[in-house]
Design a protein around this ligand. Structure first.
Ligand SMILES: [Zn+2]
Length: 237
């Protein structure tokens, strides 16, 4: 009898077990019948359709705000900080770093980093959203986060809040179809390029405010180097 040593590929070997059913090239796994409890703190809800570690409510927050316990920052909460951003950009708008930031935003709006983010950037462009509006929106949110760190307590929530602040500039802001990938990508890009500039502008404001407060204190206490003499000429007796 002639004996031949032949190579037998793995996939052609006979197996006694039946092949698992295939679905679009992936092995089909039957979803577990046992439902799990939501991973968010203090939530006893059931996980959402076996696709998430969270219940439907917390999954929505996770997708929109970067964290299951994340929340939207309301327009009312931002009122003061919008005024501050307007003041900062009118005071320091001519600085080279602010102008460089605006040029970067213009490039960002015409870029398409990935399909999901590209759709959102195209919507902003179609709505003729300007670089100045984008910078104003992110400066407003950064100033809010700086003042109330407990409201945006981690990187993910700040990243998502910055992106959502910009996406709200669209003409139709209430679109429900914005993907988590788009929000996250846009937020990461904005933070990477602009956070140093935003913090610098806020600190410039803080320093000016502290100097003004010190000056007022000196005026009120009537110190030996009385600045009142310089600011308000005293009436001659
Ligand atoms: Zn939950």
């Amino acid at each position: 009898m002639k004996f031949t040593l032949a190579f037998v590929p793995m996939h052609s070997r006979q197996s006694t077990a039946p092949d698992p059913p295939q679905h679009h090239g992936y092995t089909y796994m039957r979803p577990s019948i046992t439902r799990r409890v939501c991973a968010a703190e203090h939530c006893s809800g059931q996980t959402h359709q076996h696709v998430s570690q969270f219940c439907a409510y917390h999954r929505g927050h996770y997708l929109r705000h970067g964290d299951a316990n994340g929340r939207a920052i309301t327009a009312h909460e931002l009122t003061t900080f919008r005024t501050l951003a307007t003041h900062l950009l009118s005071t320091y708008g001519a600085r080279a770093d602010v102008q460089a930031g605006l040029r970067w935003i213009a490039l960002l709006l015409s870029s398409r980093p990935n399909p999901q983010t590209g759709v959102e950037l195209a919507r902003l462009q179609a709505g003729r959203v300007t670089s100045e509006e984008v910078l104003h929106a992110v400066l407003t949110l950064q100033a809010f986060a700086d003042r109330f760190p407990g409201s945006l307590p981690d990187d993910a929530r700040l990243t998502f809040a910055l992106a959502r602040g910009v996406l709200k500039l669209r003409k139709k802001p209430n679109r429900k179809d914005t993907s988590r990938i788009a929000i996250r990508t846009l937020g990461l890009l904005l933070r990477e390029a602009l956070s140093v500039l935003l913090i610098r502008l806020i600190r410039l404001h803080d320093r000016k405010r502290d100097e003004d407060a010190a000056l007022l204190k000196a005026i009120r206490s009537g110190s030996p180097d009385d600045p009142v003499d310089i600011l308000i000429p005293r009436k001659k007796p």
